[in-house]
Write a protein that binds this ligand. Sequence first.
Ligand SMILES: Cc1ncc(COP(=O)(O)O)c(C=O)c1O
Length: 404
Amino acid sequence: MSGRPFLQIPGPTNVPERVLRAMDRAVIDHRGPEFGQLVQGLLPDVAKIFKSERGKVVLYPSSGTGAWEAALVNTLAPGDRILAFNYGHFSAQFAEAARNLGFDVELVPLSWRRGLAGEQVAERLRGNRGQPFKAVLVVHNETSTGAVSDVKAIRAAIDAGHHEALLIVDTVSSLASIDYRMDEWGADLTLTGSQKGLMLPPGMALLCAGPRAIAAGERGGSPRNFFDWRPILKDNAAGFFPYTPATLLLFGLREALDMLFEEGLEHVFTRHTRLAEAVRKAVGAWELEILCEDQGAYSNSLTAVMMPDGLDSAEVIRIARERFGLDLGVGLSQIKGRVFRIGHLGALNELEVLATLGGVEMALREAGVPITLGSGVAAAQESFFGDASRALAGVPVEQPIAAR
Ligand SMILES: Cc1ncc(COP(=O)(O)O)c(C=O)c1O
């Protein structure tokens, strides 16, 4: 298919030209001085994206799933009790990973149409009769449902009960797209992957470990080798790794961080808010339902759209891909066939969102969903013209948009 591919799944996201060009270069010696300088410059800048001054950044050639494992085996010992909540595919899978590694996981079933609230954590901690929990696992932005959880309130719930549990937060689909404040909100350990808000290809896991997580790793943890962050932190001090790093991805990371800082992290978040709001307006115009039923928890990196009864989202996704070269996210596990997901994160602008919505409309129509063509696109355009969107973009409300 000619023209630009529309990869509008909720990650991996489109990799910007600048990042591609930065990686299109000769591999260098990962034990030489140029590499050491690159890494020494990168690590403190990655910490800024996590909004952490206290935390230490650890990078692995791995995916987000590896980041889960790294977080768990460095801080917890087999048999340790972990509290986790099932409010989507990834929160359930994170808990499953912990179970597979030999931890004693209590998984609390919750609605898949909301984020995790502080009160739900408080309630479970109050009711605990067994051994104290050593960690609470949270997915900040549930990529399968498009609902965000209140990490600050969850920390407050843990503290209110005088619990020692480490707060481990997955920000795979929120970091660098949705505001996240590791130090201020009190997370002990945060993890992410390269392929979403960071605008890189898949292949890198990034962690930021706060002082309590580092201390837990020194005292104990599980048997570990590749994921042991102690030798990594030691070698990183001089800009090196105890293994062969993903050299070219690190050059890409340098470029992606430069792009985020040039735009300004807060502007990156408001851009995501504007784009997400326009997509939600489009869904409203189609008279379809958003899976997340708590407006305060709407995700700004993706929207999961519910299908009318009797229609399968796989058909919409198939048509979008085959006819228009537009990739949309599928419904995962228990909501397979019931939703499709529009990814609106990473390197993305207003026109790309409008094109995506135009493609979704045609695929919906073709799949037999009774929508009015153009209705969602027009609603999104109105949203971009609206005062709220213009205020977020820093355009004076009285100034015509043409004068931008
Ligand atoms: C919230 C969340 N956590 C973890 C993962 C797993 O990451 P990966 O597929 O990179 O292993 C994903 C993947 O999409 C995710 O969205």
